[in-house]
Design a protein around this ligand. Structure first.
Ligand SMILES: [Fe+2]
Ligand SMILES: [Fe+2]
Length: 271
């Protein structure tokens, strides 16, 4: 199975780049499954339902979120009826929406997409490790599902690596999101799980993690409330990764970064 994952979509610049590029990216990579983290799509904070629908229509099979899941209140009734938009599974029981979704691919294969959130330097949530293990106990990679993609939304690289090694061999891909900068440690772990500490954002990289650099820097210079942060508006780099799995096992045989447009050097896997 060929999987395309795109990191946090930030603001108008990120949205426009993803909407414009995703259909051709999907085609060029002959992707069977596409997952997009869109927690910052609405002006940097949250995801409005119309933007979610546009990203799904452009070719995402599932949308993941993170700590900004509830910034746009309209998402609450929407996520309860749109199963393809998921929020971290370790929110407390009773939280609207789901933490995973089973996607039916066009050719009949099934893929499980899950979203979990770290706890180091983040809001205290339920345990993402136990929550993921409980979910995975219901699926068998390579049998009941062809692939499993885990978006681990976390601040600390240590927690991301600990999570990835914990589930090495039982999922196809663990990809980190939230820090908005692509890391260069993409690899297939010893058990066969593809991994990258952070996918990077889909946003303007002439910024402070997608936000206007003057306003963001002022917050560090002056410890006073300042203007509200707003997304940077230059051309976005669409960042993510491309994974190929073997159908028999559901494990990864290839992982490569994807970076298109904007300021970062371009990387496009040859398919
Ligand atoms: Fe984010
Ligand atoms: Fe985040």
């Amino acid at each position: 199975m060929r999987i395309l994952f795109l990191g946090d979509v930030v603001g108008r610049s990120g949205r426009e780049a993803v909407l414009a590029r995703l259909p051709r990216l999907r085609e060029a990579l002959r992707a069977d499954l596409c997952v997009v983290n869109a927690e910052n799509a609405s002006h940097g904070f949250g995801l409005a339902p119309d933007m979610a629908e546009a990203i799904l229509a452009a070719g995402a099979d599932a949308i993941t979120l993170g700590n900004h899941a509830w910034d746009r209140k309209e998402i609450i009734p929407y996520i309860a009826q749109q199963a393809r938009v998921i929020r971290p599974l370790n929110f407390p029981p009773g939280t609207p929406g789901g933490g995973s979704v089973l996607v039916d691919l066009a050719d009949g294969r099934k893929a499980l997409v899950l979203n979990a959130m770290g706890r180091l330097f983040m809001d205290a949530l339920d345990d993402p490790f136990r929550g993921t293990a409980e979910l995975l106990a219901r699926y068998k990679l390579g049998a009941s599902v062809g692939a499993i993609v885990a978006d681990f939304h976390a601040e600390a690289t240590s927690e991301k690596l600990a999570y990835a090694h914990s589930f090495d061999g039982s999922v196809s891909l663990v990809v980190g999101t939230h820090t908005h900068v692509p890391t260069s440690d993409h690899q297939i772990l010893p058990g066969g799980t593809a991994y990258q500490t952070d996918a990077g954002m889909c946003g303007d990289y002439d910024s402070v993690i997608g936000m206007g650099k003057q306003g963001a820097a002022a917050r560090f210079w002056h410890k006073m409330p300042g203007e509200r942060l707003a997304p940077a508006e230059g051309e976005a780099t669409v960042c993510g990764l491309f994974v190929e799995t073997e159908d028999r096992t559901g494990l990864a045989v290839r992982v490569e970064p994807v970076r298109v447009g904007g300021r970062l050097s371009e990387v496009m896997p040859a398919v």
